[in-house]
Design a protein around this ligand. Structure first.
Ligand code: KG4
Ligand code: ZN
Length: 350
């Protein structure tokens, strides 16, 4: 087997219900990316069961790691890596511990640095990994499009962030209640569409009428914070009032409300910060109608829109390894006693 030609970091992601490992080169190139979804283990419960997730990570991680190394053309026992990185938070504590412990053990065994990565920062890096805009390489902090404004919309978080460069984040707004993905998941469960809710709603909505119900667009004309719990309640009330409404119409109208709000907020964020581009990150960024609507808004505003590949929006380890590269070069390795932190906040500019 040939030796690696470029330095590479192994990233591990186990914060929720995906067991993932990836190898990313110093040039930002993804050399391998393996994601093992646990969806089938949680479906019967209608959502992620933390104990099941933790045990499943333990069971799946060795095979996922082995595959990520061999896919990248590296030897399993002596891969010659630059560092080993893992998500240290936010996420489910039992799940985080599996990945972070494995990464520390491998870093010790291979005598290379360990890098603890914030999952949210990983999602922000996903927007930089996969397009030809700024930050194509993890060292590239000086391109002309900064700041980028990013809607980081996942199952646990919904933030509007101004990214002034890799590692330089300002929080512009956040959800006051449910995360966008959480709203998709709750509405899907209510409609009996299954878990995870986002893809299920998107599928149902494809044959529905987005104007069938005029659901509220909370705070749409007001600042950069978000709110989705009133929308979820409005869906429940509408279905109770119109029990024979089609799931497709309800799903399409709900999805349109989320899309309208997220696009309006990101446009406002771009206008108020003079951003050079708009981006999406996190699982909800995989949503087709949201991607199309943001592209259209970008064209109207005359600024580019950077969308990570759909697979790069949902949880994966490439984004963790990419963030780890920047962190290793600019902030150095993490101590081996770094703890997993279920509530780890995004490191913001002062
Ligand atoms: O980033 P992610 O994989 O995990 C977290 O960090 O939370 O995001 C998962 C969330 C779930 O709430 C899921 O329903 C949502 O992203 N999601 C979607 C789509 N795919 C995943 N929401 C809307 N449309 C999608 N296609
Ligand atoms: Zn995530």
């Amino acid at each position: 087997m040939s030796a690696p030609t470029t330095a590479a970091i192994l990233g591990i992601e186990t914060s929720c219900d995906e067991t993932a490992a990836a190898v990313v080169g110093a040039d930002g190139r993804i050399r391998s990316s393996v994601v093992s979804s646990q969806i089938d283990r949680h479906t019967a419960y209608g959502g992620v069961v933390p104990e099941i997730a933790g045990r499943a990570h333990l069971e799946l991680l060795p095979a996922v790691l082995g595959l990520a190394l061999t896919d990248a053309g590296l030897r399993r026992r002596a891969p010659g890596l630059e560092a080993v990185a893992a998500t240290s938070g936010p996420g489910l504590i039992g799940s985080l511990l599996v990945g972070i412990s494995e990464a520390k053990a491998l870093a010790l065994a291979w005598d290379v640095p360990f890098v603890a990565v914030n999952h949210l920062e990983g999602h922000l890096f996903a927007a930089l990994l996969d397009h030809s805009g700024p930050g194509r390489s993890p060292d590239d902090g000086a391109a002309g499009d900064w700041p980028l404004v990013v809607a980081l919309v996942s199952g646990g978080h919904s933030l509007i962030v101004a990214m002034e460069g890799p590692g330089r984040y300002r929080l512009l707004g956040a959800t006051l209640d449910d995360a966008a993905g959480e709203a998709f998941d709750k509405v899907a469960r209510f409609l009996g569409l299954g878990y995870p809710g986002g893809p299920a709603i998107e599928r149902a909505a494809a044959s529905g009428d987005p104007s069938a119900f005029a659901f509220p667009r909370a705070l749409v004309d007001d600042g950069l914070d978000l709110s989705f719990s009133g929308l979820k309640t409005a869906v429940v009330r509408a279905v109770q009032k119109h029990p024979d409404a089609s799931n497709e119409d309800v799903a399409a109208s709900f999805q349109q409300a989320v899309v309208d709000v997220l696009v309006a907020k990101l446009v406002r964020a771009a206008q108020t910060t003079g951003a050079g581009a708009m981006c999406l990150g996190g699982g909800v960024a995989a949503n087709g109608p949201l991607r199309l609507a943001l592209e259209a808004a970008g064209a109207e505003l005359g600024i580019p829109v950077y969308l990570p590949d759909r697979a790069m929006c949902t949880d994966n380890a490439s984004m963790i390894a990419a963030a780890a590269w920047w962190q290793l070069v600019h902030l150095g390795p993490s101590p081996l006693d770094t703890a997993a932190d279920p509530n780890l906040p995004l490191r913001l500019l002062p």
